[in-house]
Design a binder for this molecule. Structure first.
Ligand code: CTP
Ligand code: CA
Length: 225
């Protein structure tokens, strides 16, 4: 294969990867977030780096070490993640794996919200967060390869195809995150690669193996562009 001939086929290429959840503050002690361990995103950053790419990993809060050889930028909120990604352009490859919170709290409280005896529970007003993948997919400095993930609990292929189109991506890696799938926080991931060429279903694999195969897919695709 290509990888046997050239051990560092991504040398000279630059990649931006997002990983983990974002935390959207309610007040100084509380936040809303998505479930995400960051394992898949971190494994992808690591795999791209091992193939020779210069990798910038923009990570939300996770309990994982920074991958060796990868420049890791730590952020909390979606807006911070967007700013870190955009200021890292240009790049050849963008892989947006983060489970970005779709909404942030409008009017975050400066002080801890206190319970008031006899008063109703507070209501949270939400505002939509920027779509980082969509921004990158339509950016004037758009990387040659823009890849997104799609966490779905139903209609995985149809939803994945719709996201491919809407976000201006070259590839959507779609997975079933329904409770039965065990993907969330688990060791394995079973994905479908959705591109304009069709759908490729991969078997259930350790997240590191998914990362290695995806890095190889990226290498082969870039060589043809
Ligand atoms: N994404 C992003 N910025 C957001 C929301 C999502 O960059 N504000 C990226 C994710 O990192 C992922 C892809 O978009 O690569 C799809 O995320 P997903 O949550 O599945 O899609 P949404 O467009 O948010 O749609 P929904 O949650 O309603 O299914
Ligand atoms: Ca979402």
């Amino acid at each position: 294969t290509l990888l046997e001939e050239e051990p560092r086929p991504l040398a000279g290429r630059r990649a931006i990867v997002t990983s983990g959840p974002t935390h959207e503050p309610i007040d100084p002690v509380r936040y809303i977030a998505n479930r995400s361990s960051g394992r898949q995103g971190h494994a992808i950053a690591s795999a791209l780096s091992r193939l020779g790419a210069e990798v910038i990993l923009v990570s939300g809060p996770v309990n994982l070490p920074d991958p060796v050889g990868v420049l890791t930028v730590h952020v909390e909120r979606a807006e911070e993640m967007r700013d870190a990604v955009i200021s890292s352009l240009p790049a050849d490859i963008a892989v947006m794996v983060a489970a970005v919170a779709d909404w942030r709290v409008a009017g975050t409280a400066d002080q801890k919200i206190k319970k008031q005896a006899g008063e109703a529970a507070p209501a949270l007003e939400l505002a939509e967060n920027p779509d980082i993948l969509k921004t990158v997919g339509h950016h004037e400095k758009r990387p040659k390869l823009v890849i997104g993930f799609a966490a779905e609990t139903q209609n995985v292929e149809d939803n994945g195809r719709a996201k491919l189109e809407r976000k201006g991506a070259d590839l959507i890696v779609a997975n079933d995150v329904s409770a039965e799938s065990g993907v969330m926080g688990g060791d394995n991931n079973q994905v479908k690669l959705i591109s304009k060429d069709g759908v490729e279903a991969w078997p259930d694999l350790p997240k590191e193996e998914v990362a290695d195969r995806l890095a190889e897919w990226i290498t082969l695709k870039l060589a043809k562009l």
